[in-house]
Design a protein around this ligand. Structure first.
Ligand SMILES: *Cc1c(COP(=O)(O)O)cnc(C)c1O
Length: 231
């Protein structure tokens, strides 16, 4: 068994244990393999081990990988990086999901640029839940207005919320932050029937996220190993 196959198995076990602890079914939680900066050979190993959903942060890199794997038509590609408007067309034309919507203008562009004949692009609103230094994500008090506007766009489908909390020192602090996301998610769900996705939890805070209702964890390091950004 190669490392990536073993790592995937370990991550799936961790998800199952975290789910059991809070009496959730492990199947409620989708594992997104975050393959940014990693070569296509690593993605091939993950595919061979049964992984189908992948997350990418950089538009160009993601588009190249999607083209490389064009013959594997059951893969699902998520864009999870910051999105500038001049790159929105590539996301609209290539990805299945975009997690980082934090203004109406981007959603409108994706809506206009989504090619006819493709399923609507699934989108998540990014919430700036704890990191005041980050410019990404909206504040919770902006959510209901933005969701109402996005819900009118026919070629994008609002599916839920996403957050990248600031690193917290321990489990209790992680829980406190994720609970606020859970509340916002449950509230949004009561207004729109198609809301079903709460994207939160990474390698270091996955268990707390699952305890707070995450339906999709985004895991890079624990599957593919540490990233090197310079080469
Ligand atoms: C890189 C990244 C991840 C994966 O982080 P790990 O700590 O390597 O698991 C998840 N979500 C987003 C938005 C990322 O940019």
């Amino acid at each position: 068994m190669n490392n990536i196959e073993q790592n995937l198995q370990d991550v799936r076990t961790h998800i199952a244990i975290a789910a059991q602890k809070c009496e959730r079914a492990p199947e409620e939680i989708t594992l997104l393999a975050v393959s940014k900066t990693k070569p296509v050979e690593d993605i091939e190993k993950a595919i061979a081990a049964g992984q189908r959903q992948f997350g990418e942060n950089y538009v160009q890199e993601g588009v190249e990988k999607i083209a490389y794997f064009a013959n594997c038509n059951d893969l699902i590609w998520h864009f999870i990086g910051p999105l500038q408007s001049n790159k929105s067309r590539l996301v609209a034309e290539n990805f299945n999901w975009c997690h980082t919507i934090d203004r109406l203008k981007i959603a409108q562009r994706l809506n206009e640029q989504r090619p006819e004949g493709m399923e609507p692009l699934n989108i998540l609103i990014q919430i700036n839940i704890s990191d005041e230094r980050s410019k990404s994500g909206i504040q919770l008090d902006e959510l209901s207005t933005l969701a109402a506007e996005m819900n009118k766009l026919p070629n994008v489908r609002l599916r839920g919320l996403m957050a990248i909390p600031a690193p917290e020192p321990d489990y209790a602090h992680q829980l406190a932050v994720f609970r606020r996301m859970e509340q916002a998610f449950l509230n949004l769900k009561t207004k729109y029937p198609q809301i079903d996705t709460l994207s939160m939890g990474m390698t270091d805070d996955m268990a707390a996220a699952i305890n707070c209702g995450s339906t999709l964890v985004r895991i890079g390091t624990a599957i593919f190993g540490a990233r090197q950004y310079h080469n």
